[in-house]
Design a protein around this ligand. Sequence first.
Ligand code: TXA
Ligand code: MG
Length: 318
Amino acid sequence: MAIVSSISENISLAALAIESGQLVAFPTETVYGLGANALDGVAVATIFAAKQRPRFNPLIVHVSDLTEASRYALINAAAEKLAEAFWPGPLSLVLPRRPECAISSLVSAGLDSIAFRSPAHGIARHLLAATGLPIAAPSANRAGRISPTSAEDVEAELGDIPAMILNGGPCLLGLESTVVRLAHGTAEVLRLGALPREEIEAALGETLCRPDAATNAAHASPGQLASHYAPEARLRLGAAQAEAGEALLAFGPETPRFAGPTINLSPSGDLKEAAANLFAALRRLDRTGAATIAVMPIPAHGLGEAINDRLSRAAAER
Ligand code: TXA
Ligand code: MG
C-alpha cells in the first residue's frame, strides 16, 4: 500500500519519486503536504489535478533554508529577520520572484511572487536534503476540505494518488503555517496559522498589516476563500451547549452536560493542544454522521486567532 514508514530507505525511494515527477505525501510539523518537484511544470500541474485545486491558487514551495530560497526570490531585510527567528518552522514568506526564476510559473498561479517555507519536521527535511530540490507542496487534501494531520487522513483524502505517503504519525502543530507577504515594502499576514501573529510582530518590531478577510485577502492570497476547511456537517459556533442530534466540540474544563458524541480540544484550556487536535477532531465528529457540530467558544488570543479563523471558514455558507 501507499502508506509507508519513514525509514531512510523509504525517504530515498520518495526522493527518487519526486525526481521522476511523481507526487509524494509527507509529514510536516503543521499538516501533511502533497509534494512535487517545483522546477517541473508537469509535476506541479499534477498536484493541481490531484487536489482539484483552482489554478488561481498558488502553492507553497518548501526549501532547506533562506539561501536556497534566495536562488529563486529576492530577499529583503525583513525576510532575513523572520527566517532567522522562525525557520525552520511554521512560517511561509511570500517574496518577489527573480526574473530568471527556475521554479515553474504554475506554482505562482500567475502572481509575481512565491511563498517559501522551511519545514522543521525531520522527514520533510530529509526529503529536501535527499532531492536537493525545492518541493512545491500544498496541504494533502482535496481542495476546500480539512487539511490532513495524519497519514491515514491523507489516504482518506487522496487514496493512491500519491506514489507514496510517508508516515510520520500525527502532526505536532496541526494547523497550517502562517503566511506573511513581504513583497511590497510592507509585511502583511495573508493567512493566520500555527505561528501566532504576535510573535511575528515582536520579531519584526512592527505591526503586521491584515488585509480585510473577505475582500483583499481573496486577491492577495487566493487560498483564503470564505468557505474552506469544510466538513460535511454544519458548524454552530459559540455554542453554550449542544442539542439532541448534534455533536459537541468542547474546549476547556467547564463543558456542558451532553450525552452525544463529544470531543474536548483541550480539557485544560491550552490553545496549543487545541490547535493540534482541531482538524482530527472535526474529521472524527463528522464521521459520527451528526448534521451539526456545536462548537464552544475559543479564546481569541494567540493561537486562538488562527483556530477561530479555521472554524469560521468551516462554518461559512457553501
Ligand atoms: O503549513 C503549511 O503551509 C502546509 C504545509 C504542507 O507546508 N501547506 C499549505 O499549503 O497549507 P496550501 O497550498 O494548502 O496553502 C497555501 C496558502 C494558500 O492560502 C495560498 O493562497 C497561499 O498560501 N499562497 C501561496 N503562494 C502565494 C503567493 N505567491 N502569494 C500569496 N499567497 C500565496
Ligand atoms: Mg490547503
